[in-house]
Design a protein around this ligand. Structure first.
Ligand code: NAD
Length: 463
């Protein structure tokens, strides 16, 4: 059971964020904001064991993933954006870019703390304040993070965490005193939010679902590719927006790849998420398990051939064995819809052109992978794929310096890297009378106005 914030709570959180924005946070120098972010990053590292255990308990993901992947990335995200805080003049928006104000952030349950870091770190660095709502089934680590924020002695109101379900999320994103909405979650909810925000002054970024293609050519390093395929779809039980859930294998190596995959999948250990040896943890909720089961049954009904690892499932909790479907066609539901579980749909292709056409035959456009020995082929194919992130001879690699985001129904806007900052900043408006932005520490005498600089460059070029 978790408390659900109602209208009054959402109002109070937004009001606290507004006060903190206007009186403190937007007035601090970048260097000072950076110090707070560095402090948060170090506290996350100090408390990483505790956070990893809480994440696995809450979400069901294996402890070796929360310990070795989620938590190091969470700290890395805060360290990375802490470094940006005093360098915003180089973000690409001219001198002294301005924050947007109060940001409303809503995140899903698959990477609770990592999604929080992706949202909060760039927003704070840029000088915004935050009201964040974690998913209703995984709020624990966001609440522990709120403790960390207090430990780091952040001014009150800079970060506000409210818990609750879709109704609370709706109240938050529709709140009139919010300047920016950042949402990660399903495409259905993303669409609803886009409709609600349309016609307002609010800025919006959407990170939505995916149906990533993992393309394996017949010259690929196969041992490596098998590991990449497994990591691509079975990491985090397949609850990954950018999962390589569609495997496109070149026809000549199909049988070999399937045999190797079945062998490798049989070695995966499914069970207690808190056991260090566990590879596949629990499904997060009964609702998600029902969705995985329904789509898998649809796959069988449509004529695809199902193979599941013959393993014993624990009697208590929600579990689904690693599963692959062969004989899948592009029109099958399991090739089109996001299953968001440990289920791989295998399709074949003969030529690079066919691989590209099949990979792009999806309403989504978040991720793709290419496995080949030839660099030139990788570049040529990557160029034609409509996906925001494309991995070559690897999969599911994340780095705070690298932008991440989608095309088409996978959303818009980027998170990570310099691009991720742009979603939380605006160019400073120059009126000639003084700065319009909120930064109290900025003195006119110390800031070169943008227009004269541009003029002088042009003049220099002419000369
Ligand atoms: P979801 O859309 O059901 O919920 C996401 C969040 O939105 C939750 O916090 C939920 O409480 C809230 N919410 C629900 N209805 C809302 C509404 N009407 N208004 C405002 N907020 C609302 O998604 P989910 O099931 O929690 O997460 C799975 C989805 O998230 C998958 O589709 C996955 O691909 C996507 N995802 C995308 C990325 C990415 O970066 N693109 C990352 C992780 C997950």
């Amino acid at each position: 059971m978790i408390a659900c914030a109602d209208e009054k709570d959402v109002d109070a959180a937004v009001a606290a964020a507004r006060r903190a924005y206007e009186t403190v946070w937007s007035k601090l120098s970048g260097t000072d904001r950076g110090k707070y972010l560095f402090r948060i990053a170090r506290l996350i590292q100090e408390r990483s064991r505790e956070l990893a255990v809480a994440e696995s308990l809450d979400n069901g993901k294996p402890i070796k993933e929360s310990r070795d992947v989620d938590l190091p990335l969470v700290a890395a995200w805060f360290f990375y954006y802490a470094g940006w805080a005093d360098k915003l003049d180089h973000a690409g928006l001219g001198l002294d870019p301005q924050p947007l104000g109060v940001t409303a952030q809503v995140i899903p349950w698959n990477f609770p703390l990592l999604m929080l870091a992706w949202k909060i770190a760039p927003a704070l660095t840029a000088g915004n304040t935050v009201v964040l709502k974690p998913a209703e089934s995984t709020s624990l680590t966001a609440l522990l993070f709120a403790e960390i924020v207090q430990q780091a002695d952040l001014p009150p109101g800079v970060i506000n965490i409210i818990t609750g379900g879709g109704d609370t999320g709706r109240l938050l994103v529709q709140h009139p005193d919010v300047n920016k909405v950042a949402f990660t979650g399903s495409t259905v909810v993303g669409r609803e939010i886009a409709r609600a925000v349309a016609g307002t002054q609010k800025k919006l970024t959407l990170e939505l679902g995916g149906k990533g293609a993992n393309i394996v050519f017949d010259d690929a390093p196969l041992d490596q590719a098998i590991e990449g395929i497994v990591n691509g779809i079975f990491f985090n039980q397949g609850h990954v927006c950018c999962a390589g859930s569609r495997l496109l294998v070149q026809e000549g190596i199909h049988d070999d790849v399937i045999e190797r995959l079945k062998h490798r999948l049989s070695t995966l250990r499914l069970g207690d998420p808190l056991d260090k040896n566990t590879d596949i943890g629990a499904i997060n909720s009964a609702k998600q398990l029902a969705r995985i089961e329904a789509l898998s049954s649809a796959g069988e009904a449509e004529g695809a051939v199902r193979w599941s690892v013959p393993c014993r499932l624990p009697p208590k909790g929600y579990w689904f064995p690693p599963t692959l479907f062969t004989g899948v066609s592009t029109h099958h539901a399991i090739a089109r819809e996001e299953i968001f579980g440990p289920v791989l749909s295998v399709l074949t292709f003969r030529t690079p052109e066919e691989a590209i056409a099949k990979a792009n035959n999806t309403p989504y456009g978040l991720s793709a992978g290419i496995w080949s020995d030839k660099g030139s082929r990788i570049l040529a194919v990557a160029d034609k794929l409509r996906a925001g992130v494309i991995w070559a001879n690897t999969f599911n690699r994340f780095d705070p310096a690298s932008p991440f985001g989608g095309y088409k129904e996978s959303g818009y806007g980027r998170e990570g890297g310099r691009h991720g900052l742009l979603a939380y900043l605006q160019p400073r408006t120059w009126t000639g009378d003084g700065p319009v932005g909120q930064r109290g520490t900025v003195k006119m005498s110390s800031v070169k106005p943008v227009k004269p600089v541009e003029r002088s460059r042009k003049a220099a070029r002419k000369a």
